[in-house]
Design a protein. Structure first.
Length: 316
């Protein structure tokens, strides 16, 4: 099967709405540029052997010696890419609420300093904010969280640590240069494509509706990538471009299709799409115990830029 990428309009019945591209490895002219009807642009450096050598040469992997500012900046981008239903700024912190569904959309992003003398008062405000909404109070903590010592104060106040997660990054051109191993459909975000994103995820209707609302609220460019095998969804994922970042979310392969290159194909296709939409960097979030995902992204060259975890206060 030859790899290609299609751009599909969910509502289109005309087969001409689906354009196929590739495979790029058959283009042998140096510096050849190939355009299709939707202006997806590929840069081919040379022959297939040169392309392979370039990939092998990525032994020196991208590493961002992350400063606190870099971490804080990316945390803000990640917030914009997964917005809660209610967002409130409080003394330099950003409080998100989304009916208690998904930690990222139901936690505090402590991005700017709060006066140390007023720290416990600010934390009590957060506790009250979530209690009024019948939701567990939660902070999304990184080494850049403000003020310094916030994590220790939360521990002293009874907050427990949950869900350690790695934020991994990669230059987009190190992913976009790879070919998908399976055909990949790029679907405009709609109720139909969002439903496909949740298919087989095991979410009940309430969770699906809350997640659907998050995705619809995302501003800017967004796309859903899908691999079909024998008429069934084998894998799917969401890509969002915010400023020069491509965010990857909800990349999932159905169990019977795992270890066949489906997830790799989805990631590669999203990388190509992200580059076309002016992204230069990619980030994703992987739980520290999700070893299959860590292995996949490590094989693609992703490196951990920083770690975050949640501090939550179980209500009695």
């Amino acid at each position: 099967m030859q790899p290609w990428i299609s751009l599909t309009n969910d509502h289109a019945k005309d087969p001409s709405c689906c354009s196929k591209i590739g495979p790029r490895s058959l283009i042998l002219n140096p510096q050849k540029r190939c355009f299709d009807a939707v202006s997806l642009l590929f840069y081919i450096s040379c022959t297939d052997s040169i392309l392979t050598m370039n990939i092998i040469c990525r032994n020196v992997r991208y590493e961002d010696m992350a400063s606190k500012k870099a971490i804080s900046d990316l945390e803000y981008i990640s917030l914009l890419c997964w917005p809660g239903r209610e967002v409130e700024r409080y003394r330099g912190w950003i409080i998100q609420w989304n009916d208690g569904i998904t930690w990222r959309a139901n936690s505090v992003y402590p991005l700017e300093p709060v006066n140390d003398e007023a720290l416990e008062e600010a934390i009590e405000y957060v506790i009250s904010f979530y209690e009024q909404r019948d939701t567990v109070p939660a902070f999304k903590i990184t080494e850049a969280s403000e003020p310094e010592g916030l994590d220790e104060t939360l521990i002293d106040m009874g907050f427990e640590k949950r869900m350690k997660t790695f934020v991994q990054t990669l230059p987009v051109n190190q992913l976009s240069c790879l070919d998908p191993e399976f055909p990949v459909d790029l679907l405009k975000v709609s109720d139909k494509s969002i439903n496909a994103l949740f298919q087989s995820a095991g979410f009940d209707e309430t969770v699906q509706q809350a997640r659907r609302s998050i995705i619809k609220r995302i501003e800017g460019e967004k796309i859903i990538a899908r691999v079909m095998i024998d008429g069934k969804i084998a894998g799917i994922g969401l890509g969002v471009v915010k400023e020069d970042w491509l965010a990857l979310f909800s990349i999932r392969t159905l169990e019977e299709y795992r270890h066949r290159g489906v997830a790799r194909s989805i990631n590669c296709a999203l990388g190509i799409w992200g580059e076309e939409n002016n992204a230069t960097r990619i980030f994703l979030q992987v739980e520290s115990k999700n070893f299959p995902a860590l292995e996949l992204y490590g094989s693609l060259g992703f490196e951990t830029m920083y770690t975050y975890w949640y501090r939550i206060l179980e209500m009695k």
